[in-house]
Design a protein around this ligand. Structure first.
Ligand code: AHR
Length: 502
């Protein structure tokens, strides 16, 4: 019999709601034809799609990163303000597309205001200048009385937007990135950008451009910027047509966070810093199928990954990892939200929810304030070493994390210790796993609510004609007395258990 031990008295950290953030980039059908589509029957009076907003609302996404991504490294924000008919159409160098600039700063920030979503802006440190970054902060955040703030007022928004979260460039290490540069040079440039942006608005929070948490780039950037930034970003994409590699790969994030925790502690200690940098995991997801447009122009709408149930299990494992490391994570952003490697997939007249939508929705809805200690002991799977793991999306060695448990779990509880949410992913392809829930120093006081992401087989997908192949089943279970639970094969289960700490 497997055991899932949850010690609700051992608090690992407070969960920042920003852990359930998202990312929307000017890329393919993410913004144009996704979030924003004036020709859609679902468009509101501003051209934004109300059905997409409703699906985002159900995900309770508190923060959205914008406008890129690789896009931002050749984006000039001033192209996207003022009368729409006067805005230039630009050649777009990251994804070999064109940018109409119909959605710009005011459209995005007003939409965020209307929908109650916090914006997280990334500045152009590729082709962009110091002046551009400075004036963007001024345009967004300064009270009227200066050139850029007065322009904002003239464009219809006298009150400052008060954008708090600002990233210092995107993936500046990548040879594919406009204006990429070595880590040491990035540090020098980022300090200059940080200085003018902070002088413009000292209340903003800055996010340094890290890599995947496993690279020398991360060490150099953290060392060079820890005294002036609030967060260090990490990006991780994993995935494989091999079911087991797909399930195992998210542990790369666990490895990255473990390494970054040690680096952050070390840098803070050696530099005598009174605060510790946190991680902004501002791009993460399964992504390996569709890579059109990255290296060459493409006729296909780029990056329209179709997800299966196995991918939903991998996303669940990522979220478990983030919750286990929540004391380190200031923010995480699922990349991305609409059409482009995304849980929400649209056509002009409708949308469907991809498989990965369901675990994200359940975790976002049911995660509670405090992450608590969990331990799993049960059947394991041994991953065979394979050469294809050398693929660019898989960097961590497997030897020291192999074999891995078929069940992966995390748990959170409310402040008062009256409810615990236990989230369990069963990666066993064929078999249910029976596990005893060992609730340390706690007694179950009532029926538990159970939500399970299920589907007929691990490669099952949803689409417009079959939107419910992978779906959520709701149930109740009595865990008083016999606290064993049967976790269905290839499933994610969220248990909300009323309890009393004893
Ligand atoms: O999310 C797609 C792309 O992946 C982003 O533009 C880039 O930052 C990353 O490489």
């Amino acid at each position: 019999m497997s055991v899932i031990r949850v010690d609700a008295t051992r608090v690992l950290g407070r969960v920042d709601r920003r852990l359930f953030g998202g990312f929307v980039e000017h890329l393919g059908r993410s913004i144009y034809g996704g979030l924003y589509e004036p020709g859609s029957p679902h468009a509101d009076e501003h051209g934004f799609r109300s059905d997409v907003v409703a699906a985002l609302k159900d995900l309770r996404v508190p923060v959205l990163r914008w406008p890129g991504g690789n896009f931002v490294s050749n984006y000039h924000w001033t192209d996207g303000i003022g009368p729409v008919e006067d805005r230039p159409t630009r050649m777009e160098l990251a994804w070999h597309l064109t940018e109409s600039n119909h959605v710009g700063t005011d459209e995005f920030l007003r939409w965020c205001e209307r929908e109650g979503i916090e914006p997280f802006l990334c500045v152009n440190m590729g082709s962009g200048s110091l002046d551009e970054a400075q004036s963007w902060v001024e345009y967004c955040n300064a009270p009227v009385g200066t050139y850029w703030a007065d322009l904002r007022a003239a464009n219809g928004h006298p009150e400052p937007y008060g954008v708090k979260l600002w990233a210092l460039g995107n993936e500046m290490y990548g040879s594919y990135q406009v204006g990429s540069l070595p880590a040491e040079q990035y540090v020098v440039k980022a300090r200059q950008f940080a200085a003018v942006m902070k002088r413009t608005d000292p209340s903003i929070q800055l996010i340094a451009c890290g890599k995947d948490g496993l690279d020398e780039w991360d060490r150099i950037v953290l060392e060079g910027l820890a005294d002036i930034v609030d967060m260090h970003s990490i990006h991780t994409y994993t995935g494989s047509p091999n079911y087991w590699v797909n399930q195992f790969a998210p542990y790369q994030a666990e490895r990255a966070l473990t390494r970054m925790r040690a680096l952050i502690d070390d840098v803070a200690y050696r530099k005598g810093l009174d605060k510790k940098v946190r991680i902004s995991y501002d791009e993460w997801n399964v992504w390996y199928r569709y890579t059109e447009g990255i290296f060459a122009p493409s006729d296909q709408p780029p990056l329209e990954e179709r997800y299966d149930l196995g991918d939903a299990l991998a996303v669940s494992t990522y979220l478990n990892i983030f919750l286990r490391h929540c004391d380190l994570i200031g923010m995480a952003n699922l990349a991305q939200m609409v059409n482009v490697i995304a849980p929400i997939f649209t056509r002009t007249d409708s949308l469907f929810l991809q498989t990965i939508y369901h675990p994200f929705r359940l975790y976002s809805e049911h995660t509670q304030a405090l992450s608590v200690d969990t331990f799993v002991d049960g059947p394991t799977h041994v991953l065979e070493e394979r050469p294809e793991w050398e693929h660019w999306i898989w960097r961590a060695p497997v030897s020291d994390m192999n074999p891995f448990q078929l069940l992966d779990a995390s748990a959170t509880r409310d402040e008062d210790g009256t409810t615990v949410t236990v989230t369990v992913v069963n990666r066993d392809r064929e078999n249910a796993v029976d596990a005893r829930l060992d609730l340390v120093a706690a007694q179950v006081t009532g029926l538990a609510q159970v939500s399970t992401v299920v589907g007929p087989e691990p490669y099952a997908t949803n689409d417009f004609d079959h939107p419910e192949t992978v779906h959520v089943v709701e149930d109740q279970v009595d865990l008083r007395g016999d606290a064993t639970y049967r976790f269905a094969p290839h499933s994610t289960t969220v248990l909300r258990i009323p309890l009393a700490l004893v």
